[in-house]
Ligand binder design. Structure first.
Ligand code: NAD
Length: 508
């Protein structure tokens, strides 16, 4: 049995948190805020404080950026051979594996995500992110050559950009931080990570791992704190060139404005309202598993959740009935309960927001088929919810980021595409059909950055991840991350004495 499931181990991890201040990690040291201020991070299962966290502000961000700048301008990191950076990243992956159980317990306690997903998927993925980019470290700077003819050779190569600001949301903080850190570091940049204020613990644990891996000081810095107080100064800082941001679309827009003065390069992974489209000819058993998992896993707090289910009319009633029956049977429980499938939502404020969405949907005429209420009297538990909705309702248009599925019938492919594309988001889409031609046609017609056919969200790390429309800008993953984290330079070399116009020369 993994220790993450052992109650004595869990108690030990919890005890160690009590009385601990979750510090910033700046220039290789764990430090408190210049102001000395802290805030509490809550346990979503009880809303009791888990630990106190340093509340970062402008001065802390400035110290962190200066440390990252020094590490980039003067330190060994961007200058060392790529294979040495590779070894550091491999060491980080090994340490994530070594501390996998502690990381998993901290992440579950802090986010309310359930252990089976965190220990089973997210923590191994965090290690895999580092291993994947460790292997790629030596190819991060590959370029292209353009041997035009015998007269000229053009080629490109890449270099690290500088200091990156990495800003992550609260839903899967460990996985998302490593997803940004690994390519950023493999490409020789230094960085400041600003984790979300509602789930700061795994970034702190990662900082301990970076310290143990003996990364040169300043290469990775972590500043804890609120978005407006610590995130905004990071975006505005003139010492930062890159901002990789994952979070809400509205925050992305604010960040773009904040960084405009210093002309930042952005990678934006934003919100989603992804459709699952189930045709009558689909393998309905598999579609059922896929749809249920893709909305209720990670408590529905998942950017690629299929929060809209479109079902072809001939199988609509039967399929929705099966969805409802399954939703009612989902095991809602404590994040550390090995049997739990859905845990508490991250924060009481978020619970109130999810609840308000459902109440408004009811007023707009949505029919509650399952759930639609809180569970228990303690913590932020919300029942897996299925609503029958209509295109255009607010619940059908806006990201709820909770365990709430809206279902709708459609009559033909054109109508399905119209509904699917009728939102401002375009992150993912899931198409369930046995008709191969139709599946590929829909992949072209649907406005989404990622389309899964007859599958839930199965990631393959070399492939691009990202959204269209208001779901994001750019792609991360594989070499696509290096396009963001490196500067590509173009070089031209003449292969002989090509004619050069002779301005100012007599007789020319
Ligand atoms: P959020 O936008 O509220 O916060 C994300 C991060 O931005 C936090 O660290 C926050 O402190 C920081 N922030 C807030 N205001 C800021 C500001 N003015 N300047 C700089 N930083 C600021 O998002 P959230 O509520 O933490 O996360 C949920 C959102 O994340 C959802 O919309 C979800 O779809 C999205 N998300 C997207 C992906 C993806 O890959 N597309 C993945 C996971 C989550």
């Amino acid at each position: 049995m993994k220790r993450a499931w052992d109650s004595r181990f869990i108690e030990e991890v919890q005890r160690r948190l009590e009385g601990t201040t979750i510090a910033h990690f700046i220039d290789g040291n764990f430090v408190e805020s210049v102001s000395g201020e802290t805030f509490e991070t809550l346990d979503p299962a009880t809303n009791r404080p888990l630990a106190r966290v340093a509340r970062g502000g402008e001065e802390d961000v400035d110290r962190a950026v200066r440390a990252a700048r020094r590490a980039f301008d003067e330190g060994p990191w961007p200058r060392m051979p790529a294979r040495e950076r590779r070894r550091y990243l491999e060491r980080v992956a090994e340490l994530i594996e070594k501390y996998a159980d502690e990381l998993a317990v901290l992440e579950c306690l802090d986010t309310g995500q359930v252990m089976r997903i965190i220990r089973g998927g997210q923590v191994p993925r965090a290690a895999a992110n580092f291993r994947f980019y460790a292997e790629k470290a030596e190819a991060a700077f590959d370029g292209r050559s353009f041997p035009v003819d015998d007269r000229f050779l053009y080629y490109t190569f890449r270099q690290p950009v500088g200091v990156a600001g990495l800003i992550t949301p609260w839903n899967t903080p460990l996985m998302l931080a490593t997803w940004k850190l690994a390519p950023c570091l493999a490409a020789g940049n230094t960085c400041v990570l600003k984790p979300a204020e509602w789930s700061p613990l795994s970034a702190w644990m990662l900082a301990r791992i970076f310290a143990e891996a003996e990364l040169p000081p300043g290469v990775v810095n972590v500043v804890q704190g609120y978005g407006e107080e610590a995130g905004a100064p990071l975006v505005a800082h003139p010492g930062v060139q890159l901002i990789s941001f994952t979070g809400e679309t509205t925050t992305g827009k604010i960040i773009m404005r904040t960084g405009a003065e210093t002309l930042k390069r952005y990678s934006f992974e934003l919100g989603g309202k992804s459709p699952a489209i189930v045709f009558a000819d689909a393998d309905l058993d598999r579609a059922l598993d896929g749809v249920i998992f893709q909305i209720f896993s990670l408590n529905g707090e998942r950017c690629t959740a299929n929060s809209r289910l479109l079902v072809e009319r001939p199988v609509y009633a039967e399929f929705v009935e099966r969805v409802v029956a399954r939703a009612r049977k989902i095991r809602v429980g404590h994040p550390l309960d090995p049997e739990a499938e859905v845990g508490p939502l991250i924060h009481p404020e978020h619970l109130t927001r999810v609840e308000a969405f459902v109440e408004e949907a009811k007023r707009e005429g949505a029919r509650v088929l399952a759930g639609g209420h809180r569970v228990g009297s303690e913590g932020n538990y919300y029942a897996p919810t299925v609503l029958e909705v209509r295109p255009g309702m607010r619940i059908e248009q806006e990201e709820v980021f909770g365990p709430v599925l809206g279902v709708m019938p459609f009559d033909d492919e054109d109508e399905a595409v119209r509904i699917a594309n009728g939102v401002r988001y375009g992150l993912a889409a899931y198409v369930w059909t046995r008709d191969v031609t139709r599946a590929h046609r829909l992949a072209r017609r649907i406005e989404a950055g990622m389309i899964w056919i007859n599958s839930h969200n199965v990631r393959h790390l070399p492939t691009p991840f990202g959204g269209m429309k208001e779901s994001g800008i750019g792609r991360e993953g594989g070499d696509y991350s290096f396009a963001f984290y490196t500067e590509e330079k173009s070089v031209m070399v003449p292969l002989g004495e090509h004619p050069i116009p002779r301005f100012g020369k007599e007789g020319s």
